[in-house]
Write a protein that binds this ligand. Sequence first.
Ligand code: PMP
Length: 368
Amino acid sequence: MSELAGLIRPDLQGRTPYGAPQLAVPVALNTNESSYDVPPEVVDAISAAVTAEAAHLNRYPDREFVRLRERLAAYVHRTTGCPVSAEQVWAGNGSNEVLQHVVQAFGGPGRVALGFTPSYSMHPIISEGIGTTWVDGLRGRDPGRFDVDADLAVEQVQRHDPDVVFLCSPNNPTGTSLDLSVVERVYEAAPHSVVVVDEAYAEFARPGTPSAVSLLPGRPRLVVTRTMSKAFAFAGVRLGYLAADTEFTDLMRLVRLPYHLSSVTQAIACAALDHADLMLATVEAVKQTRDELVSGCMALGLVPVPSDANFVLVGGFADERASWQALLDRGVLVRDVGIRHHLRITAGTPAENAAVLDALRVVTEGES
Ligand code: PMP
């Protein structure tokens, strides 16, 4: 062990960091980004917003990011149908930072966070990174299904009495949405917990999938996190946010670093939110590609999990690691999420979809 490795906090020794490969490949479908470029009209608006900001970069940004919060609140209202005020919104550099703020405030040493695996790999990494004990809960008793079993979730919440509970809908990496009754039941079963519903992929959900934002009134311990990285096609900007009770958002100010959202980030995000329709214009196309990916995989004899997100978890690979490598050898990068016989594939453009299905055809023929 090196001298430094011996100095690091004992609970971090031997841990692996988040590490989705960033490889230069023709078809990158491994991190659930949008494959569509920012539209030219929005590029112009962003450039103008940055230019307007440039001369004032000698000053710190608005620490309370008021203009941005107003726009995010309007966007949440518009996309969920639920009124949310600017004071109910909090934001950070990606929803990862927002999730970290939540755990910094409510988790930490001597405290417990519970999630239902398989789910987003950063929930445990963020929790443990700040000394919170992580409990890997079970989603259900049938390993072939990925819905959260409400009775089992309630039982685990009661057993572990966590300080923070993570739910994720649509869930990464399975694509499955949660019935809101599961959120209600977990909230009621966990009177000492903050309940996080990670809705990073909410805009891709099939019609009739309500947002947990509708459950916020009267539930001060509930928080819904979202991001501009996925449907909004803005991953490079790093802007995530949450909606919660105003008292909750106020507490976030205790743990954020001063001026955590740069003037440039705020200006760019506001410019893009002013063009929300253009930024969201590809969501329907992505949903269609996702559905075609599902049917294409079924036609190949694979077993895709029904998805409400911009990716599909596909089962039926005899050896998922070998298949992952064989796809990469054909220029297609997908994600091995550590679930046996499964790979996760982001829905990209129709051309990327055709490429991944072609590569899958060759790979699955090779397996059989
Ligand atoms: N939540 C989930 C479920 C995700 O899949 C991701 C990104 N992969 C995030 C949060 C974080 O996204 P970002 O930090 O880009 O907002």
